[in-house]
Design a protein. Structure first.
Length: 178
């Protein structure tokens, strides 16, 4: 995912008048992907309409499909851990990036829930722990001041979330577990 992808999605959501943060929507896409790897393009189009309202322009559907495909490719076991969260660039204020990370985690959990296909066994062990940690991150609401220590902490938490998404994808990929 690139900063260009983030900006494109930000503009598309603004133009649609949709009150979703680009990071939250990306999290929703990835969470849904982790739970429903087999979703067809038409199922995803219906999902986009649920999330963004009826009459989503084709250009926005194509953008979402592109983000979905990039995430699927990057999460694949042979992708060399290329998966990235769609969050603001590091030149943005730390408070905005912390909020975006919380939004991403919230969206991820929502996307997994939206799929409604996870078996109880798939939500045990490391997966359950990662989901619980994401829920805690999603609940972050404290103001975070600028500073090197906070920057380092944020980078560490972002990496944790990124690796957690990879873990969840891998663990829920096993046939019969979703």
């Amino acid at each position: 995912m690139t900063n260009s992808d983030y900006r494109q999605l930000e503009v598309a959501l603004h133009d649609l008048g949709v009150d979703l943060h680009p990071s939250e929507l990306h999290g929703m896409l990835v969470g849904y992907l982790c739970a429903r790897k087999d979703a067809s393009e038409s199922q995803r189009a219906a999902l986009y309409a649920d999330w963004l309202g009826d009459g989503v322009p084709l250009s926005v559907v194509e953008l979402l499909e592109s983000l979905f495909e990039k995430a699927a490719e990057a999460l694949d076991e042979y992708a060399d851990f290329d998966f990235r969260l769609l969050t603001p660039d590091t030149d943005e204020a730390i408070g905005r990036r912390v909020d975006a990370l919380a939004d991403w985690c919230s969206g991820f959990l929502s996307g997994m829930g939206e799929a409604g296909t996870m078996s109880p066994e798939a939500l045990e062990g490391d997966v359950a722990e990662a989901l619980q940690d994401m829920a805690k991150i999603a609940a972050l609401s404290e103001e975070v001041p600028e500073g090197e220590e906070n920057e380092a902490d944020l980078m560490e938490i972002e990496e944790f979330v990124r690796v957690s998404a990879l873990l969840i994808y891998a663990e829920t990929k096993t046939p019969g577990r979703h």
